[in-house]
Design a protein around this ligand. Structure first.
Ligand code: 8YV
Length: 316
């Protein structure tokens, strides 16, 4: 393990494996020199990077089991070149993250946390809470119609809003309107839900031009990765009233959130809690352990990522 992980993961790994903990080592370099060649598997979370330099120190590494569906902190393409399998935790968190995303959208549009703060501050007896924007009549654009994006769309169908999406390619099996360009979709919707995976392919995709195309009524919700949105451009757009508000569960440099963002009233800011429930985190931890156990008992990985398909060379 590179960093502390959920207690249930550490407990489940202990009887099955000799667990070495980089975070507990007083001298990282000496530790990697001594133990590195004996490491065959990694259990990691988003707080730890697995890059070229680390893989160089682990010459017998076979599998990296990631706690999370997103794995932008792992150089999976490089792992694939080295014959190292990478696994993530899809499906077990889909509904949980989709619930949070819809909650964050409603909280942002109707200013639910702001209203709570207003009441607690004793302001209600003096005057009613100001009227807010509405979800009614809005068109919602989903950036990234993967498992979580589709789960969000299914929930939003119940809210009677029109749904569109942008991704690399249209998905013939869904009835939502496809936009081949993100700017094109931004012009057509009033809400942008960001659910695309992080990493170099999506970095800064929601830029100043996209925010401008969304317009002054628009709400941006990001439950994906901070890197997908140009955070400086977002702050500038919010400050200028170029978009109406934002609900953010993810940030460019977590856990640090820019003071300028925190100073804004029309934003709802969450400390990356999309999958953060007891049940779902336990299920994610279980899948990390199950991937390692399956691999080391010769049955292959359970949930390999696209860059490291299994059996090798099949799929993706
Ligand atoms: C994190 C997430 O993994 O699954 C993801 O991609 O962003 C989260 O579930 C979680 O914060 C643990 O690091």
């Amino acid at each position: 393990m590179l960093k502390p992980m959920l207690a249930s993961v550490a407990e489940a790994l202990a009887p099955a494996f000799a667990v070495h903990r980089l975070d507990a080592a007083p001298d990282r370099d000496a530790f990697l020199t001594e133990v590195g060649p004996r490491i065959r598997g990694l259990a990691v979370n988003a707080q730890a990077r697995v890059d070229d330099a680390l893989m160089d120190r682990l010459p017998n590494l076979e599998i990296v089991a990631n706690f999370g569906v997103g794995y932008d902190t792992i150089d999976a393409a490089e792992a694939g070149r080295r014959g190292i399998v990478v696994t993530n935790t899809p499906d077990v968190l889909t509904d949980e993250v989709a619930d949070l995303a819809v909650g964050l959208l409603l909280a942002t549009v109707r200013q639910i946390p702001q209203a709570d703060r207003y009441l607690r501050a004793g302001r209600w007896p003096r005057q009613p809470f100001p009227l807010t924007a509405s979800l009614r009549g809005r068109r919602v654009g989903i950036l990234g119609l993967g498992r979580i994006g589709r789960a969000i769309a299914r929930r939003l169908e119940g809210f009677g809003v029109a749904i569109a999406y942008h991704g690399r390619r249209p998905q013939p099996e869904v009835a939502y309107e496809y936009h081949p360009t993100l700017v094109g979709m931004a012009q057509a919707v009033h809400v942008l839900m960001v659910v695309a995976p992080g990493g170099p392919g999506t970095e800064g995709m929601v830029d100043a031009a996209v925010l401008e195309a969304l317009g002054p009524e628009a709400i941006l919700v990001n439950v994906a990765r901070g890197s997908v949105v140009d955070e400086a451009a977002l702050i500038a757009a919010l400050e200028a009233g170029a978009i109406h508000g934002a609900g953010l569960d993810v940030f460019a440099a977590e856990p640090h959130v820019p003071e300028r963002l925190r100073a804004l009233d029309r934003v709802v800011l969450l400390p990356h809690v999309g999958s953060g429930t007891h049940d779902t985190r336990a299920a994610m931890g279980g899948l990390v352990v199950d991937n390692l156990v399956s691999w080391f008992s010769g049955r292959g990985p359970l949930t390999p990522v696209a860059e490291t398909p299994w059996p090798a060379g099949v799929g993706a």
